[in-house]
Design a protein around this ligand. Structure first.
Ligand SMILES: NC(=O)c1ccc[n+]([C@@H]2O[C@H](COP(=O)([O-])OP(=O)(O)OC[C@H]3O[C@@H](n4cnc5c(N)ncnc54)[C@H](O)[C@@H]3O)[C@@H](O)[C@H]2O)c1
Length: 251
């Protein structure tokens, strides 16, 4: 008789919808228990209930990760619920189109808080538990971390910061039994751009440079990459930035 695989527990931010939800589904298929985190309470509860109906072992924690104390509380909730944490997936994100000169200060800081600061504070809270479980972190970047992307300058800056969080943590924890990686998606047909449109006078040739020549990926295609990197099968992958952009950053 083979031993059952040990329980693995993942905390996924941005799990109410889009890529975060697709990652939750991919990890549930691997038998990973899930702590789903998002600011959208109703949407998160719907996702949790649907995943549970499909057989997932999952729980939900509604919070605004832009506040450090909420990041700490989310990790504490995961530990209180399951007693361990094996995987942290930083998938929550915020994007707004604007001319750089028109970006309001509050919009700039909100993007930085959600996309860059929250993953840092979540990692800060999670690392002691991930060291205990020989776990790992996967940060969801964007092709915007790897190339200049017009009209979304704060977003691009925030994703570049998340890239350096990934690499710098990987170096700081080089000797320890923890893996820290990132996946950099290109366009997916999700709701991140709902409520934001390029400026009316935008030069679309500049947007086309990062729109790609292939159709946008399905969230499930990118989620499969994240799920692989977070799995024991990727045990040699540490400090990696893995594009999943259908070739956009190839040049
Ligand atoms: N869709 C794309 O084209 C694309 C391309 C590259 C990278 N990405 C990245 O993929 C990730 C997932 O985005 P998506 O495409 O699924 O979009 P999405 O908008 O559907 O998902 C983002 C999720 O993050 C949550 N979120 C935002 N602010 C939050 C906060 N303060 N606290 C808690 N949760 C918060 C949202 O409620 C939402 O559920 C993001 O990091 C995004 O930057 C997306």
């Amino acid at each position: 008789m083979t031993e059952p695989a040990p329980l693995r527990v993942a905390l996924i931010t941005g799990a109410a919808r889009g890529l975060g939800r697709a990652i939750a589904e991919a990890l549930a298929a691997q038998g990973v228990a899930l702590v789903l985190v998002d600011i959208l309470a109703d949407r998160l509860e719907t996702t949790r209930a649907e995943l549970a109906t499909q057989g997932a072992n999952c729980t939900a924690f509604t919070t605004d990760i832009a506040i450090k104390a909420n990041c700490t509380a989310a990790v504490a909730y995961a530990i209180a619920t399951y007693g361990q944490l094996d995987i942290l997936i930083n998938a929550a994100g915020l994007m707004r189109f604007n001319h750089a000169t028109d970006v309001p200060e509050d919009e700039f800081w909100r993007i930085m808080q959600v996309n860059a600061a929250a993953p840092f504070f979540l990692a800060q809270a999670a690392i002691p538990h991930l060291l205990a479980s020989a776990g790992n972190i996967v940060n969801v970047l964007s092709q915007s971390a790897l190339m200049g992307t017009a009209y979304i300058v704060p977003y691009s800056m925030s994703k570049a910061a998340l890239l350096q969080l990934t690499k710098s943590l990987a170096v700081e924890y080089a000797e320890q039994n923890i893996r820290i990686n990132a996946v950099a998606p290109g366009a997916m047909m999700t709701e991140i751009s709902t409520g934001t449109r390029p400026p009316a006078d935008a030069d679309y040739a500049k947007i086309k440079r990062y729109s790609g020549t292939r159709p946008p990926a399905e969230a499930a295609q990118v989620a499969a990459v994240v799920a692989f990197i977070s799995s024991p099968a990727a045990s040699a992958v540490h400090g990696a930035i893995w594009p999943a952009d259908c070739g956009v950053t190839a040049g």
